[in-house]
Design a protein around this ligand. Sequence first.
Ligand code: TPP
Ligand code: MG
Length: 435
Amino acid sequence: MLSSMQRGLISGICDLMQQTTMHRAAHSTTAQQTRPQSQSQSQPQPKKEILPEDSCLVHLPIDFKLHRLEHGPDTLVSLKRKEASLYLRQLMALRRLEAAAAQLYKEQLVRGFCHLYTGQEACAVGVCAALRPQDNLIAGYRIHGWAYLHGGLSAQAVLAELTGRASGCARGKGGSMHMYARHFYGGHGIVGAQIPLGAGIALASKYQQLDAVCVALYGDGAANQGQLFESFNMAQLWKLPVVFVCENNNYGMATSSWRASSNTNNYTRGDYLPGIWADGQDVLAVRSAIEFAIDYALQRGPLIVELCTYRYAGHSMSDCDSVYRSRDEVQEVRRRHDAVERFQRLCVDQQLLSAEHLQEIALEVRREMELAVKAAKSDEELPLTHLWSDVYADNALQGKIRGVLGQQLEHLRTTPGREKPTKCVLQKASLNTST
Ligand SMILES: Cc1ncc(C[n+]2csc(CCOP(=O)(O)OP(=O)(O)O)c2C)c(N)n1
Ligand SMILES: [Mg+2]
């Protein structure tokens, strides 16, 4: 008899495992022409020479699944040496960024919520590899990596935001879920809230005749939200350039997807919307799916891309995940489907990167994160007067902030990086800091 946990494993990431095996068997001859196979789990061998060619062709090992589409994304993709080293660097950076966040949280330097992205890195790296500079992205709360990649924020801006310091991207006033940058419309703690906003961003692009899509991210848990279906409907009516990307990591909050959803094939849940299912542990599969989706969305309107992935950590730092999944399950996915390991192996097998390159990249990333952690710990907090600074990005109202009882607070504007507010009038510096 299968336990409910085992059933979930089968319907979710295990589905991926089975397909990998089946697909490998079916394609073993063709794939070997361009992709020397090495299924060994051991570290890459340092002896391998790198090829003089700057790129290679890769057969994606797991096929896409399509809904209401006759043709899907390319399954034979190219990978340049430059891209290989960039993607690997990004994968490693996201992994280390979250390790740093977890450590800061354990040291009680991060207050409030903290949702880690560890395990899902290939989704962010693959999506960002496909997006063009003008494309927009909006996300839920698991956003540190997205802020770093698509927002272009430094590791320090992310980590200092977590520790509430002045060099944080929201000057330490937003925390884990509230990070924003140009074309990055940030994190949203209300499950699914970002989906209609994402459709709205796409509407704005269309209205202004901009050549830009909006990627609206959501999870398998959010996939049951009513506002998702309302957004699908309006986006389809108006043919908005929006790509709804469902990161199916198999779990919501303290429950699994198969217990919470009547249909776990999220790529089919838009009914009239086309959908694509992709291996979310494979950077190149994600990139290919999103490249296809961007073209489609710009020409024909919205579609769904479901990325099959897995989170290693609990739902948030305070979640005890052993209640609803086993350690063995997490270990099994780490052992067989880890995105960083997998991409690293591909780069070496394809002779694009040598073991020395890998070590260099790893060292560089480690240094970057160590410096960021140091800064996030030692930087100052903003003075109390900044509690009401930058209420609006562009404040046409000027004057007093409305609705603050017993206080005469003027709007303050600051420039990121500047220590002093441009205008600071505090009638009575008597804020009750205990509330
Ligand atoms: C409207 C709303 N309902 C419930 C919650 C509590 N909650 C926070 S995260 C979450 C699960 C979401 O899971 P999923 O969409 O799969 O995202 P993941 O955490 O896996 O990234 C829930 C129910 C909330 N924040 N907002
Ligand atoms: Mg989820």
